[in-house]
Design a protein around this ligand. Structure first.
Ligand code: IFM
Length: 468
């Protein structure tokens, strides 16, 4: 459910604020971290190996027709077997930070069961490899791949799953402890609850307001309980979470569309960040959460974090549509098109708006951009999309607006690209490619794109500036 750009290249960046995003035109200052982001299910494959049990996405991929072209992630990028090669790609770009997630059902394959030593050994090997390459690990504990055994108990619509996440966070942090300095609890509770539980386009394929609201509350609660567990176990780590934060624009000025955009904004942005930073739900939707919100829950959701990861892609255009939960759905572009990539409206200026909104609303928390990326459509040919000018212009423009936010006083400490390699893009399967490195899914050959070299030179120049 991302706004995607279609081939063909080359891209003519006429409307962009930067025509040639030269790496030299940035200065993010000392201590700024640049990284790559990935997630377990999208790259690992090996779904039936070494004791892993199915997660909700395995079931979703293999039942019904949920995924484009009938794709699945059984093999994905085969990262489980090719991990050293992928870490070498991070190192090869001169990038010193790597955000990844762990597969819950690989680590704990059974309901109420013990740890899977082979699963833990895989992540130990990954950490060894990162360490050897002088790359700092950033772990995300939960990136949408709930074990199916928990879905069978109701998944995120069941309050018990919040406590299960906290238990998982406790166990994983006890095991890896000081080997990982940066811990993020969730990835994009807004997307997981809305697209997976309200619209049914993502696993577990549930629909309707009740599933949307209850799953979001239980994700928030599980996050708060997990942060408390992590604090107890990791006194020296930096602890936070990752949210998808995007400005919401009504498709028209018609009052129903304006109301729909306000509701989606409250659910997508406010109902994720307000409980965490303020211990409350936005007024507009607070009554919707009341049936699920037990005494003490908001105090548990309201936790001090060391830093917030923001995933920013594009503004969301929303209109009134009674066919969907809470009468809201994605609609046509609701504002004049300022920036385009390959004829698709893009909103790099929304990066500035988003960061400043979080900065001003939540009292200036430390922020890093945990994801920002651009998809191209695979034309099926091995090695396609290597001349990815569109991606390069998109990343360049977003970085320019991020720098502007930093200069305006936002406490921005890092930027991570989504994603290192082309991977399994959820319901879009392998069709939409976000990687800075091309993956030929037949041979698993990795080929860096133009954007990989551009990002590498940007990171090297910034590192040199930091040392100067
Ligand atoms: O691929 C996803 C990722 O898993 C979560 N954030 C958005 C990316 C692109 O759609």
């Amino acid at each position: 459910m991302r706004i995607l750009a279609a081939a063909p290249l080359p891209f003519v960046p006429a409307e962009w604020p930067v025509t040639q995003p030269s790496p030299a035109s940035y200065n993010f200052g000392p201590d700024f971290t640049f990284g790559f982001s990935t997630s377990a299910y999208q790259i690992e494959g090996a779904v039936r190996e070494e004791g892993r049990s199915p997660g909700i996405w395995d079931v979703f991929c293999h039942t019904g027709h949920h995924i484009k072209n009938g794709n699945n992630a059984d093999v994905a990028c085969d990262h489980y077997h090719r991990m050293p090669e992928d870490v070498a790609l991070v190192a090869g770009a001169g990038v010193k930070n790597y955000r990844f997630s762990v597969s819950w059902s690989r680590l704990y394959p059974e309901l109420n069961g013990g740890p899977n030593a082979k699963g833990f050994a895989f992540y130990d090997r990954l950490l060894d490899e990162l360490h050897r390459s002088d790359i700092t690990p950033w772990l995300c504990l939960y990136h949408w791949d709930l074990p199916q055994y928990l879905q069978d108990q109701g998944g995120w619509t069941n309050r018990d799953t919040s406590y299960r996440l906290a238990e998982f966070s406790d166990r994983v942090s006890r095991y890896f402890g000081g080997r990982i300095p940066n811990w993020m609890v969730l990835n994009e509770a807004a997307v997981h609850s809305y697209i997976g539980h309200g619209l049914g386009f993502h696993a577990p394929g549930l629909t309707g307001k009740d599933n949307w609201v209850s799953s979001l509350h239980h994700l928030n609660l599980g996050q708060g309980l997990s942060i408390q567990a992590l604090r107890g176990n990791l006194p020296h780590a930096r602890i936070g979470t990752v949210a998808s934060v995007e400005p919401v624009v009504p498709s028209t000025q018609n009052k129903d569309d304006v109301q729909a955009a306000a509701v989606l904004d409250a659910m997508w942005n406010g109902a994720v960040l307000d409980p965490l930073f303020m211990g409350k739900y936005p007024e507009l939707v607070a009554d919707d959460f009341a049936p699920y919100c037990k005494p003490g829950d908001l105090a548990n959701c309201h936790q001090k974090i060391d830093l917030l990861g923001i995933n920013y892609y594009n503004r969301l255009n929303i209109h009134h549509d009674p066919k969907y939960a809470m009468d809201v759905f994605f609609g046509p572009q609701g504002e004049p098109v300022k920036y385009k990539a390959l004829d698709v409206p893009m909103s790099p200026d929304g990066m500035y708006e988003t960061v400043m909104h979080v900065h001003n609303t939540y009292d200036g928390p430390e922020i890093f951009i945990s994801e920002n990326g651009f998809a191209t459509v695979d034309d099926g040919k091995p090695g396609s999309g290597l001349e990815d000018d569109g991606r390069l212009a998109y990343l360049g423009a977003n970085l320019q607006f991020l720098q502007k936010a930093k200069e305006a006083g936002a406490n921005v400490s890092g930027y991570f690209v989504w994603s290192l390699i082309d991977n399994f893009e959820w319901d879009s399967g392998m069709k939409y490619r976000f990687g800075l490195v091309n993956v030929d899914f037949t041979t698993q050959q990795r080929t860096p794109k133009q954007s990989y070299y551009w990002y590498g030179s940007l990171v090297r120049e910034q590192t040199d500036l930091q040392k100067a």
